[in-house]
Design a protein. Structure first.
Length: 250
């Protein structure tokens, strides 16, 4: 539904990101992601949930083919144990279903699904939610685990999800461009302090969908030693009714 030129710019940005992944040759991707009432329901909500599966099913949404995303149970179990030993509680699941929140970016970045992915879903739907500061600390925890326990394996971090948007209510299709531009500038500058201090009411001003910034903050927390750069900045894409931003930490 997006104009051809705008859609192509987003696809071109994904091509650049895919090339970054190819050159980095990661042994594993840790994906901080959100989902859309696929695994988390009002009957059971986890702040952060790690998949222990050897393979997670990616649902055939948004014209995506049904696929199996390989996992790494040994890494995942080790991460959960490491978190417990460091007073950080992580939920875990034998398997997670991956909807478009995870499957769509992976279809661009690893279209052959040939890199194992340990998925960490964060609750961005149901209140109350963990703070963005806790998501930042989660990223820090993952990097410490990789540094101390991952036996020199090359691990890439992926954060998926939107910035400002409203979903399923009277403001569906709105964005808060001022919030988006401020958020992107903070990310690009590496000045994460103001982001970590965001309160829930401040996030709410950018829409219920803005809770997905927790995934950006998890990567920022894990990539503090790396330099961020903006790959794509599309302030509003008609038809999609969201902005489209892509950032790489090198």
């Amino acid at each position: 539904m997006a104009p051809d030129d705008r859609r192509q710019r987003v696809y071109d940005g994904f091509s650049q990101l895919r090339e970054h992944v190819r050159r980095a040759e990661p042994d594993l991707i840790v994906a901080f992601s959100n989902e859309h009432i696929t695994n988390f329901t009002p009957g059971h909500v986890s702040a952060h949930c790690v998949s222990l599966a050897l393979e997670n099913p990616a649902l055939p949404e948004f014209n995506l083919p049904k696929a199996g995303v390989p996992g790494d149970p040994e890494f995942a179990r080790g991460l959960v144990s490491y978190a417990y030993a460091n007073d950080f509680d992580l939920a875990y699941a034998a398997e997670l279903e991956l909807d478009h929140g995870t499957g769509l970016p992976l279809s661009f970045l690893t279209p052959d699904y040939d890199v194992p992915v340990v998925v960490i879903l964060q609750n961005v739907i149901f209140s109350p939610m963990a703070s963005v500061a806790r998501s930042f600390r989660l990223g820090e925890l993952v990097t410490r685990y990789v540094t101390e326990r991952a036996d020199n394996r090359r691990v890439a971090l992926l954060g998926t999800g939107g910035v400002s948007h409203w979903v399923g209510n009277s403001r569906h299709g709105d964005i808060n461009s001022e919030f988006d531009e401020w958020f992107l500038r903070q990310i690009a500058s590496g000045d994460y302090g103001p982001l970590v201090r965001l309160t829930q009411p401040e996030i709410d001003e950018a829409g219920d969908g803005a809770n997905e910034i927790r995934n950006w903050l998890a990567v920022a927390g894990g990539a503090q030693a790396l330099t961020p750069s903006v790959v794509l900045e599309e302030t509003f894409v008609p038809g999609w009714n969201t902005s489209a931003y892509q950032v790489v930490w090198q």
